[in-house]
Design a binder for this molecule. Structure first.
Ligand code: AMP
Length: 300
């Protein structure tokens, strides 16, 4: 069983109260793949330009991530993002974004990936997410992420996408922007009316809230003391959720609650360092330890 992901592969410049890192590895598909590989083998589809400054084969050397779908597009340039958390560790301020290769056609899905059943559409243009999905005839569980940038610039494409997926993961600000609802329970219910069978709303250090059918699930975040760089927390959260769901073949409220607990724990590793430094220090045993700890923390 494998989990197929497509999304951005980025060259990030990140500023937080702990410093600045230039041209580090980033992108939604990168964080997702690394984090999901603690749960299940991952197949990555993404595109970079020849200018990409990191060797992704080395980055994923110790992880079960199949890079057959990594395209290095001649004559193109890699996606770049410059974000700051200096004023608010809960929300990235985008200082600049160069879509470059993300504004072009989607990367090709290798034939060996076409039988994939579990699909995660990490954050990228919703049109690319839809094109991608249309090629996967065996899909069983499809979950997507999105962000304010796409809600504002490509809403019709996003609304089309929502009719074709099982689950949507987004943060509280994005849920407000998408639905116009200020209350998160109302926002979650409004998202379900747009198509998905379940929705998980991330609330940063305040945890997460999900709606599935007529049930609502809430979970606090793992009480992390060290937050160095929140970049990738959302993708890592989604990876824990989707990685676990992919092994369960269900998204019942109780399965979803356990999945969200894995998401929050995986994200707690990512935020412990810049770029992939935090998550690359984690082991599956430590993830399970924190999961048990979170469970103890919230049982009453
Ligand atoms: P998050 O998990 O939400 O913190 O995602 C962080 C990653 O999203 C960064 O590594 C960026 O490279 C990537 N990113 C930022 N803006 C966009 C965008 N508009 N589309 C796709 N990926 C993005």
């Amino acid at each position: 069983m494998s989990l197929l992901v497509t999304g951005s592969i980025g060259v990030d410049t990140i500023e937080t109260p702990f410093g600045k890192r230039e041209n580090v590895i980033g992108g939604s598909a990168i964080y997702f793949s690394y984090a999901a590989s603690f749960f299940t083998p991952v197949r990555l589809v993404g595109v970079i330009g020849p200018d990409y400054p990191h060797d992704l084969k080395t980055v994923f050397k110790t992880r079960d991530v199949d890079l057959a779908g990594l395209e290095v597009r001649a004559g193109s340039k890699s996606f770049r993002w410059h974000g700051s958390y200096v004023h608010n560790m809960n929300e990235a301020q985008t200082l600049s974004v160069d879509l470059n290769v993300l504004a072009e056609q989607a990367p090709k899905i290798p034939d060996s990936f076409l039988d994939s059943k579990h699909i995660f559409l990490a954050n990228t243009h919703p049109k690319l997410q839809q094109d991608f999905l249309s090629k996967l005839a065996n899909r069983k569980l499809v979950v997507a992420d999105t962000m304010n940038y796409w809600i504002e610039s490509a809403k019709p494409d996003l609304l089309d996408l929502l009719k074709k997926i099982d689950g949507l993961v987004l943060n509280d600000g994005e849920a407000k922007l998408l639905t116009g609802e200020k209350n998160m329970v109302s926002a979650a219910k409004a998202v379900l009316k747009l198509g998905p069978k379940f929705v998980v709303i991330k609330k940063g250090e305040h945890g997460s809230l999900a709606a599935v059918g007529d049930q609502v699930v809430v979970l606090p975040a793992y009480p992390a003391e060290v937050v160095i760089d929140p970049t990738g927390a959302g993708d890592s959260f989604a990876a824990g959720v989707m990685g676990y769901l992919a092994t369960q073949n269900s998204f019942s409220p109780s399965t979803l609650r356990r999945a969200m607990a894995y998401g929050t724990v995986v994200a707690s590793f990512t935020i412990g360092g810049f770029s992939l430094e935090g998550i690359s220090r984690a082991t599956r045993e430590e993830i399970d330890e924190r999961w048990d700890e979170l469970k103890r923390t919230i049982s009453f």
